[in-house]
Design a protein around this ligand. Structure first.
Ligand code: WTA
Length: 660
């Protein structure tokens, strides 16, 4: 970590906010930012209570901001009542927003359709009424396995309207992953589509649900609702499966929402942790929505005339907060895109920014890096070839952005006019935590700059003591915040151990990232300190991939590590011991390929190891611990400088160095 810190601390470039930006921004200038920080410092709970009153509409006002009597199971605004969908839709009816476009949907094939706030409200109400007629009610859990679509947003909003807790599963996850989530969440409802369309290809969704059912144990599910995206041929099981159109047929366009307590769970979103089993991160209603709406205003400086585009999938937290909830709570117009950045050509994003006059664009470093490469090899589709003058603000999320990619984004896409907000946050934090504010902070490429007002971010050593500026340590949040994870679904003890470990006497939220601050107080995120990898901005647990590998009948043992990768940030490298004798070179290639596909089926294509190495054993200490640090060096192709004298069998390192 120290070499990384050295290199980022040498980053001397500084980009102050453009002049025109400061005066008009939601937080206009450093003085206002500091005043908000001071207000929060003085009365943390009172600060958030003020914002919750100003930015949300309450059905029943709350009287108490923070309940910390059962820390770390914090509650916010908990005697208040509201409905999240009402706050995203009904609150705009009868205002000028009612007839404004809520969603500009662009399909994979380029077909564009628009939905106003009124129409979106109607569609959500009809679908919610349909679900209610089927007997679904507050507190039940729904798995949503949908393509990027208006219907995907409608499904989530309809759940929120009824107080049904949704758990969206990214369309790239396998049947096995769906199966695990249906069972863990005890889902009674599944909402899916026949197929999704990406890059000109039809990719089946419903068949994965059927496959999950075939694995057994999904008896809690009463209905599977199937939206017809393509009309592809899918099996429908009578009694259980129902077409979306049938659910909404004859339903009213008005639907009284279920008023829920502020702490009522809004959703569960599964994410990888340091054990084999994904964690069901549980979010509450009011605190989560507050942060979603507030950061749309603070970080993205959203204005009535903006066209906002977040390119994330609704299957990830970024799509939840900055597609389904944040933009709608603010009455913004947003673009929702079904396809992929490189189809039908590498200029698709830039063409769409021009076509829809996007003013705020939010994407991931991986997408930027792949488009840098694509733009170089296909100059006709370089961002310079497009009219991007509508842009005023750019954002980045999901992984550290390397200064080169930052500069390319700033120069070629933002044309040196648009600030870049490099937003650090997590599934668990619900919304942005550490990020530049476009009217406040001077930017340094690669730094997420400073915490939002009210976010008590700090860097500490293993005893929980603040480290000096310039030194690396654990990123922690010292005080609770409204949109924080409430618990891990069904496993409160795992929640406490993972995020409020005894090492820090249970006082601080441990983010799981390493970070440092420079002499100006800017935060630099170094990446995960646990056994979690970040591949193309997707979180993957090494243990999860290891369990998938060892469940293959050929595999005796497996260890998975990350290796830095120019394109995907990190790449998955697996070291595998087969039950059979070490394979010949040709056989090894074939088995490696089979194992890759196996992992694809067990978890999803994003988890497939880039590199698989075979050995007769893994490097272990005499006490039997796998020496992962050593494996990381082998994966990188580094000279082994570590002491290997404690290794049981040093000779196997030579085997593991051979790539297949
Ligand atoms: C990483 C995505 C550096 C980090 C919103 C974190 C980042 C994990 C940034 C969460 C950023 C996210 N700079 N690293 N701007 N944003 N990360 O839960 O390691 O999918 O812990 O949430 O992504 O990933 P998750």
């Amino acid at each position: 970590m120290s070499a990384q810190i050295e290199s980022v601390l040498q980053e001397g470039r500084l980009f102050p906010p453009p002049k025109g930006f400061v005066s008009k921004a939601a937080i206009a200038g450093m003085d206002q930012y500091q005043a908000l920080c001071a207000e929060a410092e003085k009365d943390h709970a009172g600060f958030w209570a003020r914002l919750a009153r100003e930015h949300l509409v309450w059905h029943k006002p709350f009287s108490r901001a923070l309940d910390d009597s059962n820390a770390p199971f914090f509650k916010w605004f908990d005697d208040g009542e509201l409905n999240v969908s009402w706050n995203c839709l009904d609150r705009h009816l009868g205002t000028p927003v009612e007839n404004k476009t809520a969603i500009v949907f662009e399909a994979d094939d380029g077909k564009v359709s628009k939905v106003t706030y009124r129409e979106l409200h109607e569609r959500v109400c009809r679908f919610a009424n349909g679900l209610r007629a089927l007997g679904f009610q507050k507190g039940e859990r729904a798995i949503v396995y949908m393509p990027m679509s208006v219907e995907g947003v409608v499904a989530m909003q309809a759940c929120a309207r009824l107080g049904i807790i949704h758990s969206v599963v990214f369309g790239g996850f396998s049947a096995k992953s769906i199966h695990e989530r249906i069972i863990d969440a005890g889902a009674t409802l599944v909402i899916t589509a026949d197929e999704q369309v990406r890059g000109g290809k039809h990719i089946p969704l419903k068949p994965a649900i059927d496959e999950a059912f075939a694995m057994g144990g999904c008896d809690s599910v009463r209905k599977v609702v199937v939206y017809r995206r393509t009309g592809g041929d899918v099996a429908m099981q009578p009694g259980r499966d129902m077409a979306w159109d049938e659910v909404v047929a004859g339903q009213s366009a008005q639907c009284e929402p279920a008023w829920v307590g502020a702490e009522h769970p809004l959703f569960i979103l599964y994410t990888s942790g340091s054990t084999g089993k994904p964690k069901g991160v549980q979010h509450a209603s009011a605190g989560y929505l507050l942060m979603a709406a507030l950061t749309m205003k603070w970080t993205f400086d959203i204005k009535p005339e903006d066209i906002f585009w977040c390119t994330a999938d609704i299957g990830w937290v970024t799509g939840h907060t900055y597609i389904t909830y944040g933009p709608l709570a603010c009455g913004a117009t947003q673009v929702v895109f079904e396809g992929v950045p490189t189809f039908p050509h590498a200029g698709r994003f830039w063409e769409m920014i021009d076509r829809h006059k996007v003013s705020i664009f939010y994407t991931a470093p991986t997408a930027i890096r792949s488009l840098v490469k694509a733009g170089e090899s296909s100059p006709d589709h370089h961002p310079r070839k497009y009219d991007l003058s509508s842009l005023r603000l750019l954002g980045s999320v999901g992984e550290p952005i390397n200064p080169e990619a930052w500069m390319w984004y700033y120069t070629n896409v933002g044309r040196e006019r648009c600030p870049i907000v490099d937003t650090w946050w997590q599934t668990e934090t619900g919304g942005h935590m550490i990020t530049p504010l476009p009217g406040v902070h001077a930017l340094k490429p690669g730094s997420c700059t400073m915490p939002l007002p009210g976010v008590a971010a700090a860097i500490v050593d293993e005893t929980g003591t603040d480290v000096e500026k310039g030194k690396g340590g654990f990123l922690v949040i010292k005080k609770p915040w409204p949109s924080m994870i409430r618990t891990i679904w069904g496993d409160p003890e795992r929640f406490r151990k993972s995020y409020y470990p005894d090492d820090f006497k249970g006082r601080y939220y441990l983010a799981g990232d390493g970070a440092s601050r420079d002499l100006d107080g800017y935060f630099w995120i170094m990446g995960r300190i646990d056994d979690v990898l970040n591949v193309s901005g997707h979180r993957l647990g090494t243990m999860e991939i290891e369990s998938a590998l060892v469940s293959n009948p050929l595999v005796a043992e497996a260890a998975v590590v990350g290796r830095p990768d120019d394109m995907t940030g990190e790449a998955v490298v697996a070291f595998v011991v087969l039950k059979q004798a070490r394979p010949s070179a040709e056989e090894a290639k074939r088995i490696a390929n089979d194992l890759r596909n196996w992992v694809g089926k067990e978890i999803g294509a994003i988890a497939k190891p880039k590199d698989i190495r075979f050995g007769e054993n893994l490097p272990k200490t005499r006490s039997g611990k796998i020496m992962r640090r050593l494996l990381r060096s082998v994966a990188k192709g580094e000279e082994i400088t570590q002491d290997v004298s404690t290794l049981e069998n040093p000779a196997i390192l030579d085997q593991l160095k051979q790539a297949n």
